[in-house]
Design a protein around this ligand. Sequence first.
Ligand SMILES: *Cc1c(COP(=O)(O)O)cnc(C)c1O
Length: 356
Amino acid sequence: MSKLIFENENSTEQNKIPEELIFGKTFTTHVLEMDYDSEKGGWQDAVIKKHSNISLSPAALVFHYGQAIFEGLKAYKQVNGSISLFRPTKNLERFNRSAEKVCMPQIDINFVMEGLIELVKTDQDWIPNKPGHSLYIRPVMFATDAMLGVKPGEKYKFMILLSPVGPYYPEGFKPVPIMATKKYVRAVRGGVGDCKTAGNYAASLYAQREAKKLGFTQVLYLDALEQKYIEEVGTMNMFVQFKNEVATPRLSGTILPGITRMSVLEMLKDWGYNVSERNIELQEIFDGYKNGNLVELFGTGTAAVISSISKLKYGDAEVQFSDEHAGELGTKLYEALSDIQYGKAEDKYNWNVIVK
Ligand SMILES: *Cc1c(COP(=O)(O)O)cnc(C)c1O
């Protein structure tokens, strides 16, 4: 059984949260680190230690064959001073599903949760206490064996990094333009599109760069097979509000099962919306726009919570909503979710894990 160890240090260093937080650039004082070695019986003790550089062989498997997975979740300073995590078990369960798909070892969810809570407590002064701010939590695991050969590693490093972050859209909750394309695909059936494996993101950079050049913030991917159905937008799940239905693509194995997506689905059902997880043809969105059946488009994900969509372009076809004002349903969801996360509203779904 692994133990949790606090590495001794006699540091009196003061935490300094910069005024301007650029997403993912500032790190807290500590990390949690835990090594896996199949020759030593698997997982070793977990250590909470100073955040610093690590040393790896240039032959480490991760650099060559990409065995790396990650997660993303947040800790919030609540209005009453408590610190909470939003549905963290869901992230650790998804982490294990990602691990399984790329032949990496499973983590002990209860033990890692305990370590995560201790880490957040240790660095609690790093959680910004400002509206829209939070502490982004990044669990990551990668293969460290120094060996050139395509096979699963025998040695892994698991770490949890913490990064204070500001609001995703510092200018306020503004809608963003996206483009759909047939030129690039994100995931194919039977692949790893439903996992947070590092390689998925490397493969998405080229399309993302092209979208940026054309003035769009994200790419809306279509299914790889028929290139007919919408899948997801960058690192967000996609929602389409029609007059009598709020629809999101069903989890077909090529879509990342987002925890924000899951939460939004639960809230919408609770609010009495007619909600469906189904195949959504891109053409349905353009038809709905023409015949007045389309109400709103938005994306969901931990980083931004909700992203309202101002414009969707595909070849000559275009949907255009306000560039200035986020849609009504997206705004309502953003506020309701944030209110739960910051403890401004009752946590009626029991989503928050209170750290202290
Ligand atoms: C992380 C991620 C999401 C959103 O998932 P959340 O759990 O809501 O943060 C959606 N799509 C992709 C590709 C992702 O990597």
